[in-house]
Design a protein around this ligand. Structure first.
Ligand code: CO
Length: 216
């Protein structure tokens, strides 16, 4: 059976099973979505948003790109954030990185790969800002892991600085932006200690979370 035909067969089995367990499931989802969470994660096939937090269709609004980067000129990501915040009125934005991220490793290695170098440049900029901290680590693996964590913290800051999130907070919308990291080795998520629910104190909270990574 060609690989893509297997997917269609899987889909049929899944849809039948879902309808069997909950006959109203698809009718309910077809009429509306009201997710409480926006997930901004990596495109990596090993980090599927819904699956690793045990959530069903309809419960998480998802944006994924290489190395979970939030760029202030990326209309795709900005549109997702705006729709999630203004229309769906999500309560949480989760920026989720993962150890073993090929994008972060490529950014750290700095080997030319083509167009993607421009995208990875954002992660290299994060690395440049924390050069001393990274240099003090004993191994390359430890440096890439730390850069992965630092990248999540930097992207949380970038989400918080978008006009959509700033405006939402100013009008009193209850919205929390948090940074998490996922381990491919054990399937567990860890909170990186940076969660914001308002405009004040962002830089201080970011710096405290960075110090927390270093254990100080
Ligand atoms: Co990745």
């Amino acid at each position: 059976m060609p690989e893509r035909v297997a997917l269609l067969a899987n889909n049929r089995t899944w849809a039948e099973q879902m309808a069997h367990e909950d006959p109203e499931f698809f009718a309910r989802l077809a009429s509306q979505q009201s997710p409480k969470f926006l997930w901004i994660g990596c495109s990596d096939s090993r980090v599927p948003a819904n699956q690793i937090v045990g959530m069903s269709p309809g419960e998480i609004f998802v944006h994924r790109n290489i190395a979970n980067v939030v760029v202030h000129t990326d209309l795709n990501c900005l549109s997702v954030i705006q729709y999630a915040v203004d229309v769906l009125q999500v309560r949480h934005i989760l920026v989720v990185g993962h150890y073993g991220c090929g994008g972060v490793a490529a950014a750290w290695a700095g080997k030319p790969l083509g167009l993607i170098d421009n995208w990875l440049r954002h992660i290299q900029d994060v690395g440049s800002r924390h050069r001393a901290m990274l240099a003090a680590l004993p191994t390359e693996e430890a440096r890439v892991d730390r850069l992965t964590e630092l990248n999540v913290l930097a992207q949380v800051v970038d989400v918080c600085r978008t006009t959509m999130v700033q405006d939402a907070w100013r009008r009193g919308h209850v919205l929390t932006v948090s940074g998490w990291i996922y381990s491919l080795r054990d399937g567990l998520l860890r909170d990186l200690g940076l969660s914001r629910s308002g405009v004040e104190g962002l830089d201080e909270a970011h710096d405290a979370a960075v110090r927390g990574l270093a254990g100080g």
